[in-house]
Ligand binder design. Structure first.
Ligand code: NAD
Length: 358
């Protein structure tokens, strides 16, 4: 496996799938061998540009090929578990877009399939590969913040129309901005805190601005089945508290699209603010110097994202050390997001169980 050409099939050619295909095409010894999408023109454009020999309009035909080592899943959320489980059972390694699945039950079936097939299952959490996030992670690892006991993370879109797509159908997406954007912020939090165990969740959801704007435009707001603002608080086994929030539409003093995470520790705090997908965010470290409040703004590297995820995934496949990569982190994020939705629905705090829980 290590020296042979790795043959990849990519399912889905929206923004995510094209990004996957482009990232594989950059890597030596990796060939994008097949594509699957329902848009013939995208298959032709991307297929011709990357010289991909096989193109399919149904994912089942791509997964059935016996000449692929890897399948990248960049299809709508409701297809993730179906495509991934079929691909794993057929002996392929799988890179899957976030969220790992519609819900934790489906995510667990994917992890189980990876274990049974002894193949790699890897969730795409591209933002943790950003240069600013890596700098922050290193500062945390060096003990710069001391013990982190409180975290705030949010992804705020002030006004964002999804149209009537799979994103707004609960059975196709699993939810609104909480599962779509919030899962990225949850990943950053858990990654930066070095995988604390989440034990309790208290969630909320609202659907106010998007349904109102659909109705104002003469449409039927019932077609919008998910929240436009969601989040909640989490408690960890280690005693830390986390506040998480994600919106597709919210009256808020943000430019258009803002991601922010603040880590509060016993020695200092760090706040990372990323406006409108800027390749480098503003990282602010707040500490005390000689008993006085002090602010530091480290210069952070620009960029980092999908190409790094794809390169790491390919390296893991080539390494043969597959047992360490069974999609467990993606499953944990699904368990926490499920718990937040469950809590919001019940209007009470719920327990979160990683083992056997969903
Ligand atoms: N990591 C990120 O930053 C990021 C960004 C965007 C989207 N995503 C994720 O990527 C996934 C796709 O999102 P998107 O915005 O690209 O969606 P999209 O709707 O733009 O594209 C979906 C693609 O899947 C294809 N598809 C659907 N059903 C199919 C079938 N039966 N057989 C073959 N192909 C099929 C469609 O034809 C289309 O090409 C989602 O899970 C989303 O959450 C991740």
């Amino acid at each position: 496996m290590s020296d042979a050409t790795l043959r990849v099939g990519v399912v889905g050619l929206g923004w995510a799938g094209v990004t996957h295909a482009d990232a594989y095409a950059l890597l030596p010894g990796v060939e994008v061998h097949a594509l699957a999408a329902q848009e013939p023109e995208r298959l032709a454009t991307v297929g011709d540009r990357l010289d991909v020999p096989h193109r399919h309009t149904a994912w089942e035909d791509l997964v059935a090929r016996d000449d692929l080592d890897v399948v990248s899943v960049a299809a709508p959320n409701w297809l993730h578990d179906r495509v991934a489980v079929a691909a794993l059972e057929a002996g392929k390694h799988v890179l899957c877009e976030k969220p790992l699945a519609l819900d934790a039950v489906r995510a667990r079936s994917m992890v189980d399939a990876a274990v049974a097939a002894d193949r790699v299952l890897w969730t795409v959490f591209n933002h943790r590969e950003r240069g600013d996030v890596r700098t922050l992670r290193r500062f945390v690892d060096e003990g710069g913040l001391g013990r982190i006991y409180h975290v705030k993370a949010s992804w705020t879109r002030r006004r964002h129309t999804t149209g009537d797509t799979w994103f707004t159908r609960k059975d196709r997406s699993g939810g609104g901005p909480l599962i779509d954007l919030g899962v990225h912020m949850l990943d950053l939090v858990l990654h930066l805190m070095d995988e604390p165990v989440v034990t309790r969740a208290s969630g909320f959801t609202h659907a106010e601005l998007v349904p109102a704007s659909i109705a104002a435009a003469g449409g039927d707001p019932a077609g919008f089945e998910v929240e436009d603002l969601g989040g909640g608080t989490l408690r960890t086994q280690e005693g830390a508290s986390v506040y998480l929030e994600a919106s597709w539409a919210l009256h808020a003093p943000v430019s258009g699209n803002e991601m922010t995470v603040s880590l509060h520790g016993t020695k200092g705090a760090a706040t990372l603010l990323i406006k409108d997908y800027a390749p480098a965010g503003v990282l602010q470290i707040s500490t005390d110097v000689a008993g006085r409040p002090a602010e530091t703004f480290p210069v952070v590297p620009r960029g980092g994202g999908h190409a790094d995820v794809v390169a790491k995934f390919v390296a893991a496949v080539r390494s043969g050390e597959w047992a360490a990569h069974r999609g467990v982190e993606g499953l944990r994020r699904s368990i926490v997001i499920d718990a937040l939705y469950r809590s919001a629905e019940k209007d009470e705090e719920v327990d979160v169980a990683y083992e056997g829980g969903a």
